[in-house]
Design a protein around this ligand. Structure first.
Ligand SMILES: Cc1cc2nc3c(=O)[nH]c(=O)nc-3n(C[C@H](O)[C@H](O)[C@H](O)COP(=O)(O)O)c2cc1C
Ligand code: SF4
Length: 338
């Protein structure tokens, strides 16, 4: 398989295998609407040779937002502004998937920060069901706004990631991680499916390495999780991690050695993201079994990065990680941009 080959994720058809992985640009309005600056970012991405665009994460609730500017689909104003993103991508015939998340304990909103409101070991059944309902409602909203699919964020230490982390989730009820239990996976995806119907593509982004687990235990957990999400009707798995900022300039393909763990248990397309910077990385990922290759920072450094990649040019992103904090300063998205 070549990166230039057309691909499918459920009913989404892509011109090639290059994915712009979900990237919060921190440019949303104070009312969580999509700003014109954000529309410009998507337009620029869409006019490149990217195969699939995944939006930055949209919050499923007010208290599930990472910060006060994070985009959401909760009001009609927010929803109508989000439609500008799907329109912008479709204008250039690029499929676009909207990512949904609940930040859980990672929120930076002072009102919710430090509270144990979203401690997965303390949440009541009613509180969990409310979160599940909001993921389902927002998926339906995304579908009605013209997005080609949604990606449910199950990684990066956000709320659902904590539910799927055996080092964190110690529950002994159906929302725990009991071998013969449903985990949060079954109620979550059956509720979403119930609302959006069959066929609408639902993707997930999962954690490749769990803190404090040996490689052997980690692989077993990853196999189990992958099988469960496939069985729940998910169309694609993207591999990501909890430990992104710990990788340095010389690290590539952070999660390459987890590809075969997932691929041997599933038949759905796998997106590998994290530390891919050039065609050598891409070919390696594909030879290890990846169906799609995902990039975030290379597209921050250069929104037209997909064109460079296809011309065999390396990304100029040096993985300095400055863009993780540039949001606080309200400045450029990449420290190297004028
Ligand atoms: C500024 C910034 C914002 C990000 N926002 C999101 C996000 O909204 N959702 C998500 O799943 N990952 C997000 N990520 C993580 C990326 O999607 C990606 O998994 C990670 O950066 C590794 O890929 P890369 O080496 O190509 O950058 C973000 C990363 C950066 C640098
Ligand atoms: S700030 Fe650093 S890591 Fe982020 S896009 Fe620019 S070069 Fe890459």
């Amino acid at each position: 398989m070549e990166v230039t080959q057309r691909g499918t994720i459920g009913r989404i058809i892509t011109d090639n295998r290059i994915v712009r992985s979900a990237t919060n640009d921190y440019r949303g309005g104070e009312d969580k609407t999509v700003s014109m600056e954000q529309v410009g970012i998507y337009k620029e991405l869409a006019r490149s040779n990217v195969g699939l665009i995944i939006t930055g994460n949209f919050a499923i609730s007010e208290d599930g937002a990472i910060d006060s500017n994070q985009n959401a689909l909760l009001t009609s104003k927010q929803r109508e502004s989000a439609r500008m993103i799907s329109d912008a991508c479709h204008e250039y015939k690029k499929p676009v998937v909207l990512q949904l998340s609940h930040a859980g304990l990672k929120t930076r909103i002072p009102k919710y920060q430090g509270s144990d409101l979203y401690d997965v070991n303390k949440m009541t059944h009613d509180e969990i069901k409310k979160v599940i309902n909001m993921f389902a409602i927002c998926t339906l909203e995304a579908k009605m706004l013209g997005f080609d699919g949604v990606q449910i964020h199950l990684s990066h230490g956000y709320l659902l990631s904590d539910f799927l982390n055996p080092s964190v989730n110690k529950r002994s009820d159906e929302f725990g991680l009991l071998e013969d239990g449903d985990w949060i996976i079954n109620p979550l995806f059956s509720k979403i499916r119930y609302l959006v119907g069959d066929g609408y593509p639902i993707l997930v982004k999962i954690t490749s390495y769990i803190d404090k687990l040996s490689k052997e235990k980690n692989d077993k957990f990853l196999e189990n999780l992958s099988k469960r999400v496939e069985k729940a009707g998910v169309s694609s798995i993207e591999l990501s991690g909890l430990n992104l900022p710990s990788f340095g300039k010389n690290d590539h393909l952070y999660y390459g050695d987890c590809i075969n763990v997932v691929k041997k248990e599933t038949n759905i397309p796998l997106i590998l993201t994290g530390g891919l910077r050039n065609m050598e990385d891409v070919n390696k990922a594909i030879s290890l079994g990846a169906d799609f290759v995902g990039f975030s920072r290379p597209f921050i450094r250069n929104p037209l990065f997909a064109n460079d990649l296809l011309a065999a040019k390396e990304s100029e992103c040096i993985s300095c990680n400055a863009c993780y904090s540039l949001k606080e300063k309200g400045s450029k998205r990449c420290g190297f941009l004028k």
